[in-house]
Design a protein around this ligand. Sequence first.
Ligand SMILES: C[S@@+](CC[C@H](N)C(=O)[O-])C[C@H]1O[C@@H](n2cnc3c(N)ncnc32)[C@H](O)[C@@H]1O
Length: 248
Amino acid sequence: MVDGVDAQGWSDVAVGWAELWGSFAEPAQDALIAASAIGHGMAVLDVGCGSGEFLARLRRVGAEPVGADPAPHMVAAASVHADVVLADAERLPFESGRFDVVTAVNALQFAGNTPAALAEFARVLAPGGRIAIANWAEGAHNDIDVIERAVAAALDEEQLPDGPLRPAGGLEQAMTDASLEVLSTGIVDVPWRAAGETVLVRGILLGEDAATMAELHSVIVEAAAPFRTSDGGYVLRNAFRWAVARPR
Ligand SMILES: C[S@@+](CC[C@H](N)C(=O)[O-])C[C@H]1O[C@@H](n2cnc3c(N)ncnc32)[C@H](O)[C@@H]1O
């Protein structure tokens, strides 16, 4: 429910993000590592790095990661894993040609200007480098969409439409428009797990106050009933699309 918030909003939810969502994109991270052949000694910039779980993963495969994020508390959390700068995607404070790979997971959609962000990724890339991006697939692939629809209906609000990066071909189009050559693409399952009702509601309503959580608790629990597991937890099956490209 944090779509649409600004950098300060992301900063405010940094601790909750790390706890509830920080690791869930791991399958997409792995897809990017494999597809862009990230390995030992490679300089990798993760843009919109959030609380830094991908930076830790990159370090484990031998890469030398650096993070960038415009939310101060995200930067503080991620700095445990690597050097992290306070910056947004459109203005990266690095010299040209510094990185072998630039990644962005569940982050490019927050850049105000997608072509400018992708041009900036290309600028900081060394010759032969790769840009590797993963983002939510369109709502039809995501159990969370069922819950967000129920919440929007309960609040008598319109559900946010899928952004242009989500549908099949959307990421590729954005890359092509930014003079990048798309090398490979895919879609990967990215399930999100909640141990019980309380975690489910906190995760879905991350950033909302306690009164809103109480008001919407039963709406969310009812909508999530199909995704309840025998141990009382929940597994929401979702998908990310990913693409790897290089400058033309
Ligand atoms: C959904 S979180 C994802 C964090 C992390 N990449 C992950 O997969 O867990 C989105 C992140 O994008 C950051 N963000 C927001 N606006 C941004 C921008 N213009 N450029 C780069 N990152 C941005 C937020 O501060 C937040 O940390």
